[in-house]
Design a protein around this ligand. Sequence first.
Ligand code: 0HH
Length: 209
Amino acid sequence: MGKYQLIYFNVKGRGEAIRLLFKDNGIAYEEINCGENWLKEWKPQMQFGQVPALKDNDFLLVQTNAILRHLGRKHGLYGNNEQEASLIDMINDGIEDLRVKYLTLIYKNYENGKDIYIAELPAQLQPFEKLLSENGAEKTGCCVGNKRSFADYNLFDLLDINQVLAPKCLDDFPTLTAYYQLQLARPGIADHRESESFKQMNINGNGKQ
Ligand code: 0HH
């Protein structure tokens, strides 16, 4: 198997959950910054004109969640059975819904929308608290079953960026707080967050966070 290539801009953004998955599982990959010459060189190559993109040998795959699922299938990060895989999909779709709300705030309505976004955040996080506490995720660090999945990286990143925006947002959610701390304590994740590239990279392309 050749080395994967992750093609993305020099921001955390939608690339971060993929990076976390690679780092935490010791999967070698190469980062390609498509920011230079984006419009002429890179955008026309992408099936939907957007990144992140994953190169897996000759296979070029776009759409963040398709990439996460592809890596989940290939690296045993997609549950123990079909029902767990479906629950992982369900949670990952919930993550996507909140990520889109977050991105809409960041890129389209930051100044006017921030207070209302923060006020509504507890109601957005409550379903995750419930699902994870039903699964004992405060002990296992797994949002589904007893096996890590790609959704754990996506959820960790979602909780992380929301805490940058609203530092107290997990305070009323004991399971999410414990789950988040378990992810932070994983050596692969901790090492990644200690790296210069992580520390220097903005979360979003417009510098808002
Ligand atoms: N549904 C797609 C997915 O999940 C959405 C992808 C998407 O919105 O993969 N991609 C954006 C980049 S993410 C894109 O390709 C936002 C980060 C923007 C960073 C900007 C530059 C930073 C420079 C340091 N956008 C480009 C485009 O649409 O032409």
